[in-house]
Design a protein. Structure first.
Length: 103
């Protein structure tokens, strides 16, 4: 039996965002809020709130997307959270234009 994997975004109490991957988003949220790992990014930023979850059919696909989203700007993450695909496209186009001017 295969299971889905999820990429999730948490909003931390300090207004920052944390991106992770799991097979059980609700359990993972509870773990973050319980503060099980003092070295974790979210440990000093609790409570955290689950603001985005996206499902993927394989662990590898979720891992690839998690790494991609972790590298995104806050504006891109917010566009994803709000399902603002047009806004996300505009941000990407603006970034590409900016990069092409610097090359």
């Amino acid at each position: 039996m295969s299971r889905e994997w999820y990429v999730y975004i948490l909003e931390c109490i300090d207004g920052t965002y944390y991106t992770g991957m799991t097979s059980d988003p609700e359990l993972r949220l509870a773990e973050h809020n319980a503060g099980l790992d003092p070295a974790a990014y979210t440990f000093t930023r609790r409570p955290v709130r689950l603001v985005c979850v996206r499902a993927f059919p394989t662990r590898n696909e979720a891992l690839t997307r998690e790494h991609q989203v972790k590298g995104w700007s806050c504006a891109k993450k917010l566009a994803l959270i709000w399902d603002d695909w047009d806004g996300l496209d505009m941000i990407v186009a603006r970034e590409r234009k900016k990069r092409s001017r610097t090359l």
